[in-house]
Write a protein that binds this ligand. Structure first.
Ligand code: DON
Length: 595
């Protein structure tokens, strides 16, 4: 594994970081059809990876006979396992992991951001909590434009970039509705980690070093960069203020955050830096229960997150496009890459103009969930030729990193899939003094200038324009897959901006269409297309010379990057139990812990 991969993952969602263009040449090779497996336990097939690819097939997953937690931080996964072993269910454990990540993975794990939690209980019930941030009451459509109508960096950096945080409200709501333990019980591991400290692993050390301690000067530097030196791997990190904050939430519930002294600290921080979040905004924040999107894909059931995440809708439309015309071409063929890339291109073209906060705009979800809509898009794909995004029929567009995903399965078979984020790495680079946590820069996920690209290169329309108390569109895609017998098969999600959608769904397609083991499905080379920029991104070494040549011949604009997406997943083992795989492109820590 290359030493630079962690950095690349940090950059991967930023199109300007993508490099290079590939070869040119011949016609596509026709792919052999892959049969659809009839059951979850159908024998797994070993894919063939290109000779230059960094991973081998046949690696093993972490096994758990009863339960599994996979996150980006081993200590946070252990916090989840501690709660499971103490008799908690998957929701209790997920909330424990969420709070622990705010301590052990502070560049993305958070209480100053937001996220989505998707649950499928062992009795078959499904539930979803949307705790996405909300625009402050004083937010306005053009607040991030300068006098010439150009985007400024105020939606990404500094106090104006933060939306009203949702994480505390959302996790508390999920716990109340589906958990079995108290907030104090599930927060105990996080409080301990903050107060007593924990040993910094190399992933966190790299992340802190990456900040150059610049933006932590508002108070965070004493914690993360004592004496101006970034905390090194092996050092003990104690976060006393954060410990007090978490204790207050554990004692008093979310009101401590939304109405009590933590709210006062946050608003005082806003006043220091010209931010606009008020106490009234915090008091008005509510997490929303959502109806899970349920769709069929080749005999399996996909359970995905509805708006204000775009993840579930876009994955569902992609799956509908793929399923509209027979079995998938074989993995590793130009035909598969072309079909998949073209399906993503179309699904994103629809996503970028149609989706927004359902409390503010009409969201035509049927354009994503209807198999007929998928079939219409599928008929427009020429298997020999790429289609320019400009030729696709959607309305015109006039009108790092970091996120973190974790998956939990308990011994009863309850499953939780959660993605949470500050948006950019370390969010708005604003530290709430006295309370010990970072604030998000999620306002950039609005179309701050509709029709112009945001920091992920996404070009979105009026549906997602800034409005007070509106939620910004997200790509986070916590997902759960059931096998044809209706049993839990896969719990999966990712970090990586819009590549979350493509990375998460490729693990799903690798398992369902290409019958890969989870270890192979996670290591298989990935691609990405988001309609605009109109290019097909691939991982260095992930496409064979023959594929590169065929795809270029079809007219794809190819972009090479070193690594795409940070996925964490759990899958039912072939002989029972659970397999966990944390992102292999990020080898610094194994975040899969089972028992
Ligand atoms: O909600 C979203 O779609 C983005 N804020 C996610 C950002 C992200 O994944 C950054 N990186 N890993």
């Amino acid at each position: 594994m290359r030493a630079s991969t962690r950095t690349s993952l940090a950059l991967l969602a930023v199109p300007t970081a993508l490099v290079g263009v590939a070869a040119c040449g011949a016609r596509p090779s026709a792919g052999a059809a892959t049969p659809t497996p009839s059951t979850a336990t159908a024998e797994r097939a070993t894919p063939s990876f290109p000779s230059g690819w960094r991973f081998k097939t046949g690696e093993v997953a972490t096994e758990g006979a009863q339960a599994m937690v996979v996150s980006n931080s081993r200590q946070a996964s252990e916090a989840g396992v501690e709660i499971l072993r103490a008799g908690g269910n998957a929701v209790d454990a997920a909330v424990a992991v969420g709070f622990a990540l705010a301590v052990t993975w502070p560049e993305a794990g958070n209480i100053g951001g937001g996220g989505f939690m998707l649950m499928r209980m062992a009795n078959g019930q499904t539930a979803a909590v949307d705790y996405r941030e909300m625009g402050p009451g004083a937010a306005s459509r053009d607040m991030y434009l300068d006098g010439n109508g150009q985007r400024t960096n105020k939606s990404t950096l500094g106090h104006l970039a933060s939306g009203v945080p949702g994480a505390v409200a959302g996790m508390a709501q999920a716990l109340r509705e589906r958990g079995t333990m108290s907030l104090a019980q599930v927060m105990a591991p996080a409080i301990r980690l903050a107060r007593d400290g924990f040993v910094v692993d190399s992933a966190l050390a790299q992340s802190i070093a990456g900040t150059r301690c610049n933006f932590l000067k508002t108070g965070g530097e004493a914690v993360f960069c004592p004496g101006g030196t970034p905390m090194a791997a092996g050092a003990r990190l104690v976060q006393a203020d954060l410990g007090r904050t978490l204790q207050a939430i554990a004692d008093m519930g979310p009101d401590a955050f939304y109405r009590g002294w933590i709210a006062d600290s946050l608003v005082a921080e806003m006043a220091r830096g010209g931010g606009i979040i008020t106490k009234a905004d915090l008091a008005a924040y509510r997490a929303e229960g959502r109806t899970v999107i349920r769709s069929a894909y080749r005999g399996h059931t996909l359970l995905t997150m509805p708006p204000v995440s775009s993840g579930g809708a876009t994955i569902t439309l992609t799956a509908n496009i793929l399923a509209a015309d027979g079995a998938a071409p074989a993995f590793g063929t130009a035909a598969w890459t072309h079909l998949l890339g073209s399906a993503y291109q179309r699904a994103f073209a629809e996503r970028n103009v149609s989706l927004g906060d359902p409390a503010f705009v009409k969201v035509p979800l049927e354009k994503f969930t209807s198999p007929d809509a998928g079939a219409r898009w599928r008929r427009g794909i020429d298997m020999a030729r790429a289609t320019p995004t400009s030729a696709l029929e959607t309305r015109t567009m006039n009108d790092g990193d970091n996120t973190t995903h974790y998956s939990v399965v308990d011994a009863m078979g309850n499953a939780v899939s959660t993605t949470t984020t500050l948006n950019g790495s370390w969010g708005a680079k604003v530290w709430v003094r006295g309370a010990g946590f970072m604030l998000n820069n999620e306002m950039d996920d609005f179309a701050t200038a509709p029709g112009k690209p945001n920091m992920f290169g996404l070009v979105e329309g009026e549906q997602n324009a800034v409005q007070p108390r509106k939620r910004m569109l997200s790509s986070m895609s916590p997902s759960i897959v059931l096998d044809p017998a209706g049993r839990l098969l896969l719990v999966v999600g990712a970090a990586g901006g819009p590549t979350i959608i493509t990375g998460t769904s490729q693990v799903i397609f690798n398992v369902i269409d290409h019958r890969m083991s989870l270890a192979d499905a996670m290591r298989a080379p990935r691609i990405h297309h988001q309609a605009l920029p109109d290019s097909l991104t691939y991982e260095d070494g992930g496409l064979s010379a023959e594929q590169l040549s065929a795809l270029t011949g079809m007219g794809h604009r190819l972009r090479r990057t070193s690594a795409l997406v940070n996925v964490n997943a759990i899958m039912r083992g072939p002989r029972g139990g659970w397999q966990g795989v944390s992102e292999p492109r990020r080898p610094l820590t194994n975040g899969a812990v089972g028992y």
